[in-house]
Design a protein around this ligand. Structure first.
Ligand code: SAM
Length: 274
């Protein structure tokens, strides 16, 4: 049971974090915030939210560690590889319709494995269609709120563990041979890294043909999830694709603007006007 005092101290702490670092805590699920903050409290041997708030005032580094913990940036190349297999023909459709000029957004890109997976998927499409020279027309915007993740996406170099789901053939084709592996320049050229807060900012560009937002909305409360789904619907071009995480489901008013094309893989297509 949460005491009223504990609840007040928790609210005061999340307000302090929002004011100091701009993270809109009130858009995140409470239990998620509590769990993450408790991890840092245990790490520092602090037992109450009030004491932890005081600690934050004295220790700027702890703020950085807390934000890292709150923004949970677990990721992998080709995470749920079957999803990327299911997405491939859809990407091919977009590629043909846009003659390579596919505009894609990885929203909540963590350390870059997801946007580079998208870049590989586009490069593979170009290769299969015998149009590798057109890859330079494509663009993948990689955005996140987390400073450390963005730095890693900007200087991409990955340990072997990041590739366990990625087909070996693709690793060899698109990354340097030795770990830490770097993406080939053709991929780096099409990925643009931007700081962006999904809870408060408009889309970084529009329209997009493909939005991949996986394992991000799960941390937000329902009103924020609905708001984001509407933002994605507004931001996608007609016929554009939205890919969510395996356990994420589109709901709210935006639901009527999409068709669920691949239910298991959470691939949605924005309806085209009649
Ligand atoms: C679990 S990771 C998901 C990474 C990747 N999309 C994937 O599925 O492998 C969640 C990411 O969402 C980012 N994130 C959390 N809150 C955010 C916000 N308000 N705006 C943008 N990104 C946010 C985190 O920093 C983190 O990198």
């Amino acid at each position: 049971m949460k005491s009223e005092q504990d609840e007040l101290a928790f609210r005061a702490l999340t307000r302090k974090i929002t004011q100091a670092r701009g993270l809109a805590c009130d858009s995140y699920k409470d239990r998620c915030l509590r769990r993450r903050i408790s991890v840092r409290m245990r790490a520092r041997g602090v037992h109450t939210f009030a004491d932890y708030g005081r600690l934050l005032e004295e220790d700027a580094l702890e703020y950085d560690l807390l934000l890292d913990a709150l923004t949970i940036n677990v990721t992998k190349f080709f995470r749920n590889v079957e999803t990327w297999r299911a997405l491939a023909p859809w990407i091919e459709g977009l590629w043909k319709a846009r003659r390579g000029e596919v505009r894609a957004w990885s929203a909540g890109c963590a350390s870059g494995e997801e946007p580079y997976t998208m870049a590989v998927a586009l490069a593979e499409t170009a290769r299969r269609l015998g149009q590798p020279a057109l890859l330079g027309r494509a663009r993948v915007d990689a955005t996140d709120i987390d400073r450390a993740s963005l730095e890693r996406t900007r200087a991409p170099a990955y340990p072997e563990a990041a590739f366990t789901e990625m087909p070996a053939e693709l690793v060899h084709r698109y990354f340097t041979p030795e770990p830490p592996r770097r993406p080939v320049p053709e991929l780096q050229r099409i990925v643009r890294v931007l700081k962006h807060d999904l809870t408060s900012e408009p889309a970084p560009a529009a329209p997009y043909d493909l939005i991949v937002c996986r394992n991000v909305v799960i941390y937000f409360d329902r009103p924020m999830q609905e708001r984001l789904f509407t933002l994605f619907a507004d931001t996608l071009a007609p016929g554009g694709l939205l890919l969510l995480g395996k356990v994420e489901t589109l709901f709210g008013p935006a639901r009527d603007r999409f068709r669920l094309e691949e239910p298991r893989e959470r691939i949605y297509q924005k309806a085209t006007p009649a």
